[in-house]
Design a protein around this ligand. Sequence first.
Ligand code: NCD
Length: 309
Amino acid sequence: MVDLKGKDILHGAQFTREEIEHIMKVAEEFRGRLEKERSLDLMKGYVMGTLFFEPSTRTRLSFETAMHRLGGEVVGFASAAGTSVAKGESLADTIRTVDQYVDLIVIRHPQIGSAKIAADAAESPVINGGDGAGQHPTQALLDLFTIRSEKGRVDGLTIVLCGDLKYGRTVHAGVELYKHYNCRLIFVSPEALRMPSEITDRLREQGVEVVETTDLEAALAEADVLYMTRIQKERFDDPAEYERLKGSYILTREMVERIRPDVTILHPLPRVDEIATDVDSLPNAAYFRQVRNGVYVRMALIALVMGVV
Ligand code: NCD
């Protein structure tokens, strides 16, 4: 029996396969219902707080859309500039305050571990919308949902993760889900942006097949799914290092057509230059469908932690 009522959503590693499957099933149900109705009234009277201390387009707007489509209300902010944080208020005090107003908190913050600090300070469930270079579990769940819906399965697929694997929180969370599905993982990055060894070592200890390479074309030849990521400019201490590494990998339409025409292409977005825009019209370029899926998966997460489904 899966019961996520009252739970925080902080880390990809917190889920069992059964929980992941349940979230997928509920998200699919919401997708079906939204094909018939514009919105539902499941969450009438509930208020969700979205506290975004870092820039966001998709994560914040899809959480807010999800809550509105569930019939609930939203309060929040999209930058700390207009809040008492600018006066020196601590994160814990801000969270304790918002906790007096809302039933559920979604937070994005530049510091690794901030979502856990928020969860410890709040009585309401807290959902991590990205904690620095740490984790982004709701993105990972919507990525998995997209793979399932594009490929019809996740089990046994070869998934190539390419780009900034050091600072990319979506891939840090994603691998914690893929490991439940006997996937083969190929990590493609510049040497300086490799997946942290704590993560790779732990995956290997858990029996996951992990290959690391700098060669995107060789990896693409074996990929069922190619997950491109942006070099995370805002995480670099040294701007010269970012300048050196930006543009490391650029997926072109020619590469896809020549090497692996039927690969499913994902990207959490925003894209800078990692995927040439002429890839977008390929039928297997799934990144804008992935965006839409974010609403269904976040509806599922909101409804599950609030215990209304
Ligand atoms: C990602 C993020 O914020 O970590 N974006 C997102 O949530 N869709 C990826 C990124 O910023 O590169």
